[in-house]
Design a protein around this ligand. Structure first.
Ligand SMILES: *Cc1c(COP(=O)(O)O)cnc(C)c1O
Length: 395
């Protein structure tokens, strides 16, 4: 299916059909081109390809047919002109920084982003003389007050991890554009199946494909999505410096996209049921899930998202002891820091993903000792609820 046809199709169709290029064997499934380089009929063809006069593949650090299929499909379902695949989610975020920032520039980033994103800006991007200010993602005044003449990038993750706070994407894109900056969103939690940030004015969308785009915990990858002009910069950076996606991983993600909408719907429906169950449970202090009407971000999430996603966090009574009781009494839910998998996972943020924060920083970020994060998988929801209840009933 060619790019021109895309507008007439819905996301489910695009996610299964876009970008498929058959080889001369006429195979039905997408082929994996496990090759580092490509050969030519003669010297003239090689010269034409290398000079860019003729389109075509040269070397898989630059382009690869399987990776290109994944990129086309992801861009189509995100309603974007182009995507560039990367070797991991962090490689995608670094590609944004390296493509659009230079010495003297300034970034505003929401405080509740993925831990490595914070470290990347503070430790590595800062080495090149780029300043960063961290703000509360829901506080528009804080974003506005942090703007400086040299601000070039606003970076946000919404919904946030683990508390499901929601950023107003349209308001942030208006603010960025009024000040000559770009807005980049880490959309790994919602995926294009639940949120298309470009519709609300975001310039760049980044993914850890490792999470829901794969959905079965098999491979590391990432992507940057946006318009042709911005993505040409990102492509130049990736092809030159090398954080390219492997063709095998691209194939895994390509097949992942085919079931993305179905999976995200099921993750969301199950997460909603779990959140409602926990909300009514006497041993639970508080539930953080934007699908609950009393969540502060509920209305905004309902406006920008078509589902509330698969991540539910809650505070068990009894602090750390209570939380660990719940975690340790599960029978099949995986105790791990990872998320976005068919397998449900359970995490104690205060001692794992956010364990390095000082007690004050944890308090400021709302990471209490009783907090538990569940990535609701695709197992039967009644089984998931029973697995989490076992420990709750012992508190
Ligand atoms: C996991 C994750 C990342 C980093 O992705 P990797 O593929 O592990 O490099 C970035 N952002 C979010 C929201 C994530 O969950």
């Amino acid at each position: 299916m060619s790019q021109q046809d895309d507008s007439q199709y819905q996301l489910e169709t695009l996610a299964i059909r876009t970008g498929h290029t058959r080889s001369f064997e006429g195979e039905h499934a997408e082929p994996i081109f496990l090759t580092s380089s490509f050969v030519y009929e003669n010297a003239a063809e090689a010269a034409a390809k290398f000079s860019g006069q003729e389109p075509g593949n040269i070397y898989s650090r630059f382009t690869n047919p399987t990776v290109a299929m994944f990129e086309k499909r992801l861009a189509a379902i995100d309603g974007a002109e182009r995507a560039v695949a990367t070797s991991s989610g962090m490689a995608a975020i670094m590609a944004v920084a390296m493509s659009f920032l230079k010495t003297g520039d300034h970034v505003i980033c929401s405080r509740a982003v993925f831990g490595s994103t914070i470290a990347m800006f503070e430790k590595y991007v800062a080495k090149f003389g780029v300043g960063v200010t961290f703000v509360d993602l829901t506080d528009l005044n804080a974003w506005e007050n942090a703007i400086k003449p040299e601000t070039k990038l606003l970076f946000v993750e919404s919904p946030s991890n683990p508390l499901s706070e929601i950023a107003d994407i349209q308001a942030l894109s208006d603010l960025a554009h009024a000040n000559g900056a770009l807005l980049a969103i880490d959309n790994s939690f919602c995926t294009p199946a639940l949120q298309q940030p470009i519709k609300f004015g975001a310039d760049l969308v980044v993914y850890s494909a490792t999470k829901y785009l794969d959905g079965q915990g098999r491979a590391l990858g990432g992507a940057v999505v946006g318009n042709n002009k911005l993505l040409e910069e990102v492509f130049g950076y990736v092809r030159t410096t090398g954080p390219s996606m492997s063709p095998f991983n691209a194939w895994v993600f390509l097949k992942g996209l085919e079931t993305l909408r179905l999976r995200m719907r099921e993750h969301s429906a199950s997460a909603q049921k779990l959140a409602e169950f926990l909300n009514a449970h006497p041993k639970v202090e508080k539930v953080y899930y934007a699908g609950l009407p009393e969540h502060v971000g509920h209305e905004l999430a309902a406006k920008q998202q078509t589902g509330f996603g698969g991540i539910v966090s809650f505070e068990a009574k009894g602090g750390r002891e209570g939380a660990w009781k719940v975690i340790d009494n599960t029978q099949f839910i995986s105790i791990t820091g990872n998320l976005g998998d068919a397998k449900s996972t359970i995490t104690h943020p205060a001692t794992t993903t956010h364990g390095k924060l000082s007690p004050e920083a944890k308090e400021a970020a709302g990471i209490r000792e009783g907090l538990i994060r569940v990535s609701v998988g695709l197992e039967d929801i009644d089984d998931i609820i029973a697995d989490i209840s076992r420990g709750l009933d012992l508190i």
